[in-house]
Design a protein around this ligand. Structure first.
Ligand code: NDP
Ligand code: X2W
Length: 343
């Protein structure tokens, strides 16, 4: 059995990790931290876990965490970089659901996150945890940077086109919508029911912190520069991301359906839908699956890709468990085969 610890167990990604790890046949949860809730049983804060997890929140303790085989950080950006070096020194492997290790150029990282990086050496060895691109490197990693929610949907939607050199990389557009759980559990005015309900708007249109992360992945897939416009939107639902992606094809007659089916044929968590499909966020709710449909709108030369994921699962906790499975030589889909909840 693998022993696991979670730093930051009271946010939405933390509780989603708890739900997935409590049902994982090869994991024993040893430590789950919250400074605010230390001493409280997990089920007192999250009653959905009652009967599934006999554990209480504790203060973050490097000795207890460092004794685990794997430690997940489900904490605000800037927390993992403070603690990860000591935990790795003590022998734990670390998966950060935040953004501390996602961007390789630390100057770019500092510009977007407004902090100075605390462990540049460790950042240099971190592996970006998108299994569909970096599976082999993830297997051997001590430190995995779990991708962001929007970056997962956008990169998976675009990499077949970029790897194949099928599109003009100068002007790619990613128009993405997220449910409010993407903003975390901390109360904020814009996610109140009365503000987010019956409402719909873009945000971060002139620059969102996921832009450099997505661009980094697309540049690697394309093997050259990529011009990307990324616009996120908040939609009045709890879970789910829908990305609508546009890129101009070099060959308007290219067989996109075959390209996507072949690229993802062996991927356990990418489902390429039949021609003409329009994926719905509710078809992936609570699951680690990304569903993708490709279109070539009538009369044009644009590739149009539609991708949906659950931001808390494939966009965060589920992908983290997928990475853990790879790091510990377990079947990649272990503990992640739950069927999406619908309606
Ligand atoms: N929501 C989403 O869809 C996605 C979120 N993420 C990322 O996952 C991370 C967690 O997000 P979310 O689940 O929304 O969590 P929240 O930000 O709502 O929760 C944060 C958790 O971290 C703990 N925490 C806060 N500060 C510290 C600290 N300095 N040291 C130790 N623990 C701390 C809190 O507990 P306490 O203060 O009691 O110790 C709490 O349990 C973020 O980096 C987020 O960007 C990634 C992908 C998707
Ligand atoms: C709806 C919403 O607010 N979404 C968040 C992104 C989700 C998140 O926390 O992103 P990370 O992947 O960087 O951790 C936002 O736009 O800031």
């Amino acid at each position: 059995m693998i022993t696991a610890g979670i730093v930051g167990g009271t946010g939405y990604t933390g509780v989603e990790l708890l739900r997935l790890l409590a049902g994982h046949p090869q994991v024993t949860l040893e430590v789950i931290t919250s400074r605010a809730q230390a001493g409280q049983p997990v089920s007192a804060i999250y009653p959905n876990l009652r009967g599934h997890l006999d554990l209480a929140f504790s203060e973050p303790d490097p000795a207890a965490l460092g004794a685990c085989d794997v430690v997940f950080f489900a904490t605000p950006n800037g927390t993992a970089m403070e603690m990860a070096p000591e935990l790795i020194e003590r022998g734990a492997r670390v998966i950060d659901l935040g953004a501390d290790f996602r961007i390789r150029d630390l100057e770019v990282w500092s510009q977007w996150y407004g902090m100075t990086h605390q462990c540049p050496d460790l950042a240099a060895e971190a592996v970006y945890g998108l299994p569909e691109r970096y599976r082999e490197a993830i297997r051997g990693a001590r430190l995995v940077a779990n991708p962001g929610c929007y970056p997962t949907a956008v990169q998976l939607g675009l990499i077949p086109l970029l790897e194949a050199g099928a599109v003009d990389t100068a002007n790619i557009v990613a128009d993405a919508k997220s449910g409010a759980s993407g903003a975390g559990r901390q109360p904020r005015q814009h996610t109140l029911l009365c503000e987010a309900g019956e409402n719909f708007h873009a945000y971060g249109a002139s620059g969102h912190r996921h832009l450099p992360e997505i661009r980094q992945g697309l540049v690697e897939a394309a093997g050259g520069e990529v011009g990307l416009t990324f616009v996120p939107h908040l939609v009045p639902m709890v879970r789910g991301i829908h990305a609508t992606l546009y890129a101009r094809l070099h060959d308007p007659a290219a067989d996109l359906q075959a390209l996507y089916e072949e690229r993802f044929a062996d991927e356990p968590f990418v489902d390429v839908l039949p021609p003409g499909s329009h994926p719905e966020t509710r078809t992936v709710r609570g699951s680690n699956m990304v569903r993708i449909a490709v279109h070539r709108p009538e009369g044009g030369d644009m590739a149009l890709v539609l991708a949906v994921e659950d931001n808390l699962v494939k966009g965060a906790a589920g992908q983290a468990v997928q990475n853990m499975n790879l790091m510990f030589d377990l079947p990649e889909a272990m503990g992640l085969q739950g069927i999406p909840v619908l309606p």
